[in-house]
Design a protein around this ligand. Sequence first.
Ligand code: SF4
Ligand code: SF4
Length: 80
Amino acid sequence: MGGGSEMVEIRFDKEKCIGALRCGECLRRCPQAVFRSYPENRRRGEICDEWYLAPTYQVLCTGCGICIEHCKPGALSLIC
Ligand code: SF4
Ligand code: SF4
């Protein structure tokens, strides 16, 4: 795994993810900074306590598997 030249894609299951604030392991650990978090509620002036995330920069993924290893709910998998 991990040469960077193969086509790899991260599959993200939003239903299984417990959220960026409660977990955020993938955000912190991905060496390629593939994931980004976004507020669920974008109302101006309100503090948002629910953040969702997405593998926004899929193209940077090397398929190292670190995020999958640390995602306890099993929300992430790799499509090769
Ligand atoms: S497999 Fe590696 S590079 Fe790809 S999103 Fe997960 S941690 Fe990042
Ligand atoms: S590691 Fe898994 S559960 Fe945790 S924020 Fe990332 S996708 Fe969600």
